[in-house]
Design a protein. Structure first.
Length: 206
């Protein structure tokens, strides 16, 4: 049975002069996949950034099962475009809290079908290839919580189907929070949370 991995209590979130949430309480169980939706300006991206930057240091957040590793992919891909895919992976692997084997690295590259492009500088990649490279970076260290903000951006139909298959597999191993305007066909999920329903008022959802 899934256990509660992460929860927030009485969260107030303000960006500039706008209050996005007031006294918001949410709990997330894992493994699983939570789809975050809402109108423009509802705070979807801000909510993911709040988790990534503050979940481990703010009293509003709690890890009932112990602190978890977190990886985040936002609108910025976090890649050094002058470096090759292999060089990017080597760099991020050196920052990982766990030891990554060559087999693990190759497995992720192969899953995203980029094995023939590892030595090319990232600036030569198409937009979709850059997105897949960024997804490899995000999942590579096997984080326990993965935060994804519109991760299908730039992916063609074939790559969309491939990534959906990968997400369906990964949600069995870790907790994934993913911001999506539209839900791709075939994507499994644990729950859909519409942040437009929770703005500027007190809510408790579990």
């Amino acid at each position: 049975m899934p256990k509660t991995i992460l929860e927030c209590k009485s969260l107030n979130l303000t960006v500039g002069y706008k209050t996005l949430f007031r006294n918001l309480s949410l709990s997330f169980s894992g493994p699983g996949l939570y789809i975050i939706q809402g109108e423009n300006g509802a705070g979807k991206s801000s909510f993911l950034k709040e988790i990534y930057h503050y979940a481990k240091i703010s009293e509003n957040w709690h890890f009932p099962e112990g602190e978890k590793t977190i990886s985040y992919l936002g609108h910025e891909l976090g890649l050094y475009t002058s470096l090759s895919l292999s060089e990017n992976i080597s760099y991020y692997s050196s920052l990982s809290e766990i030891s990554l084997s060559e087999e693990d690295v190759l497995a992720w590259i192969n899953r995203f079908k980029l094995e023939k492009r590892t030595r090319e500088p990232v600036y030569m990649f198409s937009r979709g290839m850059k997105q897949k490279a960024a997804l490899i970076r995000t999942f590579l260290s096997s984080p326990e919580i993965v935060l994804l903000d519109e991760p299908y951006t730039g992916l063609d139909l074939k790559s969309t189907e491939l990534f959906t298959k990968i997400l369906n597999e990964e949600m069995e191993k870790r907790m994934i929070l993913i911001v999506l305007h539209e839900i791709p066909k075939g994507l499994n999920h644990t729950e859909i949370i519409n942040l437009s329903d929770y703005g500027n008022v007190s809510y408790h959802v579990s």
